[in-house]
Each structure stands twice: as structure tokens, then as C-alpha cells.
Design a binder for this molecule. Structure first.
Ligand code: MN
Length: 245
């Protein structure tokens, strides 16, 4: 049996003038392809406009999948980590955050593994009690390199250094050049997570759980890289490898 990989969908906010309420529900093509490539079956769950049932939905859904991917997407609602939005905040989708945080907690409770990508590293950190830089370039984040790359999204643009003895180091070696399409990043790290990759300016690019192998997160987009740079498929292979019977 192939493992089933759960993922909460995103929703298009741009309005179709002929159908203004018809916001398309979608998931990233390159993640679904990565899941199939490593032998899994993707299962995409749309969030409801009313998130009041999110905990119950997540509790029931977690029995239907073997591992969770938390993909890229909108900014995380800063109210969820105790901050008001600064002027440079982007679009957030509170109801998506609520269901996805419920899914993260239900997945951990069920002792199933999680891979976080871009928004995923940020949301997982918030779900477990950490905070974010709402905008790297207008807050004193220390960012000195371009994290919102202007060139094509699958091009390699900045280095990351992996922490010795981390899972990311085992998968990717001491350093890699990665793509970078984020204006937010992890600020304070949640107590149950540790930093396992950083950019040259110190911005956090990788997190893992401290006490087990349940959580691996990257700030870059490996799903857009593995077609040309096969080493980046390893985080998806690793998610499958972390599924326990
Ligand atoms: Mn970056």
C-alpha cells in the first residue's frame, strides 16, 4: 500500500469577475508531483470559511493519512502569535491557518511525521509557540540578502548551512544553494524545535523537532528544485522514511 500524504489546500483570493465568489481551491503542482515521485498518494483537504469545526475535522482526517505536508502559501495571521499586523504584512487567511494548525497538532498527537515548506516552517513554529518576522525587510531581522528572489522561482539564489548532526545535514550535506521566495521567517523558535539550517545572514531556513524525528521544515521550496537538482527530492523521501507502522 502506498502511503497517503495529507495536505491542506490553498485558496485563490484573486476574484474572477464573472464568478466573484468562486475562489479556486488548489495545491502546488510540484508538491503533488514530488509526493507521487517518492511513492506516495497526495490527499488535499480544503478549509472551510467557518473554522469553528477545525479541531474535529483534523481529528477525524488524521486517521486517513500517514504523513502531513504543510506547504507554501499566504502569510500567517500575526494575531495567532500575539502581534498586531505591521504595514508590510501580506495577505493572510485566518481560517486556513486555523485548520492547518489543528492538522499539525492532530498529526503530532497521532505520532505521524510532518514536512514543512516555506509558510509551513512558519506555521508549524507558530502552532508550537514560536513567533515570526512579519516582514524581513522592514523589521530588524538582520536580513541582508535577497530572500524574495526576483529571478525565476526554481533558480538557486542563496546558500544555506546545515547544522552538524541534524537530519537536514544527513539529507543535504553541510551546505546547499537554494531558492528563496519568502518575506516572512521564523523569529523566536518554538520550545520543541531546533534550528537546523541558516542563511548567510542568520535568517532561519530549517527547523526540526528536538526530541524525535516527527518534524522537518525548510524555508526554501525543494518541490521546485528536484526536477533539475535531485538532491532536493531527499526531504520528500525522508518524509516517507519517517512513517512508522
Ligand atoms: Mn531565504
Amino acid at each position: 500500500m502506498k502511503p497517503i500524504i495529507g495536505m491542506v489546500s490553498d485558496e485563490l483570493v484573486e476574484v474572477n469577475p464573472r464568478m466573484p465568489d468562486d475562489h479556486l481551491v488548489y495545491a502546488p503542482h510540484d508538491i503533488k508531483e514530488a509526493v507521487y515521485k517518492v511513492g506516495g498518494i497526495p490527499l488535499i483537504l480544503p478549509f472551510a470559511d467557518d473554522p469553528s469545526d477545525a479541531d474535529a475535522v483534523a481529528e477525524q482526517m488524521v486517521d486517513r493519512f500517514d504523513a502531513l505536508i504543510v506547504p507554501g502559501g499566504p502569510d500567517v495571521d500575526p494575531l495567532l502569535y500575539g502581534e498586531e499586523p505591521i504595514p508590510a504584512m501580506g495577505i493572510a487567511m485566518h481560517q486556513q491557518d486555523v485548520l492547518e494548525i489543528a492538522m499539525i497538532k492532530a498529526t503530532l498527537k497521532a505520532n505521524k511525521p510532518i514536512l514543512g515548506i516555506c509558510r509551513g516552517i512558519q506555521l508549524i513554529n507558530v502552532a508550537l509557540g514560536g513567533t515570526l518576522w512579519q516582514d524581513l525587510n522592514t523589521q530588524p531581522s538582520g536580513a541582508t540578502i535577497q530572500h524574495t528572489q526576483v529571478t525565476l522561482g526554481h533558480y538557486l539564489t542563496h546558500h544555506v548551512t546545515m547544522t552538524p548532526n541534524s537530519r537536514l545535514q544527513q539529507l543535504l550535506g553541510d551546505t546547499q544553494v537554494v531558492n528563496s521566495r519568502h518575506h516572512q521567517a521564523v523569529h523566536t523558535v518554538a520550545p520543541s524545535l531546533k534550528v537546523t539550517a541558516t542563511a548567510p545572514d542568520g535568517i532561519i531556513e530549517g527547523l526540526e523537532s528536538t526530541d524525535n524525528d516527527r518534524i522537518v521544515c525548510v524555508q526554501w521550496h525543494p518541490e521546485n528544485l528536484w526536477f533539475k537538482h535531485p538532491v532536493h527530492l531527499s526531504v520528500f523521501q525522508d518524509l516517507i522514511a519517517r512513517i512508522h507502522d
